[in-house]
Design a protein around this ligand. Structure first.
Ligand SMILES: N[C@@H](CCC(=O)N[C@@H](CS)C(=O)NCC(=O)O)C(=O)O
Length: 208
């Protein structure tokens, strides 16, 4: 059985679980990381020397870390040439572009506020870090807003694996209790995603 190692409330674990479901792949997810621990062991570090989740363990024992690399591997292996992971170089490049944007630009802007608000004890929170992060996120998510005002999905007219990281982060941005500009295209994108059962069940849940 394919294994996905990582706690369900990790955005990077959510991506892999959601991708497996879109691809119709069987998996068993195991709680690791956060309160579950288990990352700082020789056995886990042998699978992921960064001691982070997720790790994908294929049925033959082959392992891979880095959530977006896992999505690319799953697409190339189980959905090659399909609408989910198109062969067309430009459609694929757009899916890749938004995956990389999520991991770098979006995460760099919103990540500090998320860590302060959800992973830091109240007495240790730095309001300045939170304010700066929220202001930066408003600028970066404006880029996604403009893109999604022009087309319904990351790579154009069809849902691809490139939407998975993007939609996970858009959900977080729209649902954290923070002030943000009115972003109607991002809101419509979230509503479009709600028609996908895995997004509704795995991603569109209270943020913890
Ligand atoms: N770039 C990595 C980031 C992985 C990462 O930062 N994972 C976090 C959870 S989202 C983690 O393992 N945190 C430590 C923990 O859960 O104990 C990826 O996309 O897989």
């Amino acid at each position: 059985m394919r294994r996905i190692l990582g706690r369900a409330n990790s955005i990077n674990v959510m991506k892999v679980v959601w991708a497996c479901e879109e691809l119709g792949l069987d998996y068993a997810r195991e709680d690791l990381g956060g309160p579950f621990g288990g990352l700082d062991t020789p056995a886990y570090r042998a699978m992921n020397p960064n001691a982070l989740v997720p790790v994908l363990v294929e049925p033959d024992g082959w392992t891979l870390w880095e959530s977006n690399a896992i999505l690319r591997y799953l697409g190339a292996t189980y959905a090659k040439g399909s609408a989910l992971w198109p062969d067309d170089a430009r459609a694929r490049a757009l899916a890749d572009q938004w995956m990389d944007w999520q991991q770098t630009v979006a995460n760099a802007s919103l990540g500090p506020a998320f860590v302060q608000m959800y992973r830091t004890a109240p007495e240790k929170r730095d309001e300045g870090v939170i304010r700066k992060s929220i202001a930066r996120a408003a600028e970066t998510f404006r880029v996604a807003e403009a893109h999604l005002a022009e087309q319904p999905y990351a790579a154009g007219d069809a849902f691809t694996l490139g939407d998975i990281p993007l939609a996970c982060h858009v959900y977080r941005y729209l649902h954290m209790p923070i002030e943000r500009p009115d972003f109607p295209a991002l809101t419509a994108y979230h509503e479009r995603m709600l028609s996908r059962p895995s997004y509704a069940r795995l991603v569109a849940v209270p943020i913890t």
